[in-house]
Design a protein around this ligand. Structure first.
Ligand code: NAD
Length: 310
């Protein structure tokens, strides 16, 4: 199989690249490196296992190679990144997604959209099921990402209806693991790096808001499984076990053997209070359930951050 992965030099994308290279598939990566990094795929670049195209998906139209599958992950993903690159994020999710859907149509390739739990916004239903339409402020600062992904989903659904492109939309919930950037602003890498330096862990609001965290190997299994099935509707993928930020801070501090205290800061605008996937659809159509619990995933992630700075 020949698979094109946009955003393949990013956190999740690079683990997907590892997966398909290990399976003996032909991998092409398109990445502008706006938030990703060549180090994430350095082994494959050295061994010539993959074809790497450094390019913005907004400026990409076609390629000579035949393609069986396009996994479209390109997009700034952390709030820190999409607030720093608001227009680039909206261009990528609109024009970039259009270009990749056109390429899927040309090549008769299956198209997978890496969507997000952010399409649910600050949800009024809990846990979130795929048929919940969300609660998003269309003009708030986070809208560049939330509405951008909602547009990308709508465009993907339109290509499926109008052009019979075989599509899958996966709504990814918080995922963590090795290769996250220390400065990316998401809670797990932030807490780990603060704890390893014995600096105060930053808590926004009172720390009672909840999130659920999926370890990267479980996410790779779910995304690779989603490519194999024919299912045109969105699928939630994430770990449903819910933790408050205070609980996560406590676990990270213990695992890092840290003496850090806590620092409380105001909650950012439109920050969701609760986020937890209902994964019954993924269990039914993918036969998938996350296997790695937070403790085990954090031990591996902390070990990676420790070694990185050696
Ligand atoms: P990341 O920032 O590490 O990776 C994104 C990659 O896309 C980077 O390598 C970046 O350089 C590339 N990219 C961005 N815009 C591009 C463009 N216009 N052209 C080409 N390349 C471009 O983020 P990630 O956490 O690995 O997220 C990957 C995908 O998964 C994103 O689409 C994101 O929205 C989605 N997602 C991630 C999470 C999570 O918890 N990590 C949660 C929900 C959704």
């Amino acid at each position: 199989m020949r698979i094109l992965i946009t955003g393949g030099a990013g956190f999740i994308g690079s683990h997907i690249v590892d997966h398909y290279v290990a399976a003996g598939d032909e991998v092409i990566v398109i990445d502008s490196l706006i938030t990703g990094c060549k180090d994430n795929i350095a082994d494959h670049l050295r061994s010539g296992n993959i074809k790497f195209i450094e390019r913005d998906v907004c400026r990409f139209d076609t390629i000579a190679d035949e393609i069986d599958v396009i996994m479209h992950l390109a997009s700034p993903a952390s709030p820190f990144d999409y607030l720093r690159y608001p227009i680039e994020t909206m261009r990528t999710l609109s024009l970039g997604t259009y270009n990749m859907l056109e390429l899927s149509r040309q090549k008769s390739a299956k198209f997978l959209l890496a969507s997000t739990s952010e399409v649910y916004g600050d949800p009024e239903e809990h846990p979130q099921k795929e048929d919940y339409w969300g609660n998003v402020n269309p003009v708030g600062p986070r809208a560049v990402y939330d509405e951008g992904k909602r547009f990308a989903e709508a465009l993907t659904a339109a290509y499926s209806r109008e052009h019979n492109v075989e599509t899958t939309i996966v709504r990814i919930f918080n995922t963590y693991g090795e290769r996250m950037k220390e400065e990316d602003g998401r809670v797990i890498p932030t807490f780990i790096n603060q704890a390893l330096k014995n600096e105060p862990l930053t808590i926004f609001g009172d720390g009672k808001q909840t999130r659920s965290f999926c370890y990267i190997s479980d996410m790779v299994d779910a995304l690779a499984g989603s490519v194999k099935i024919k299912y045109g509707h969105p699928i939630n993928v994430g770990n449903p076990k819910e933790y408050t930020m205070l609980e996560v801070a406590d676990i990270v501090k213990k695992l890092c053997l840290s003496t850090s205290g806590l620092e409380f800061l105001p909650l950012p605008e439109n920050d969701p209070k609760r986020r937890k996937p209902d994964i019954s659809k993924a269990q039914e159509v993918l036969g998938w359930t996350p296997k790695v619990d937070l403790n085990a995933g954090l031990i591996r992630t902390i070990e990676w951050f420790r070694r990185k700075d050696d």
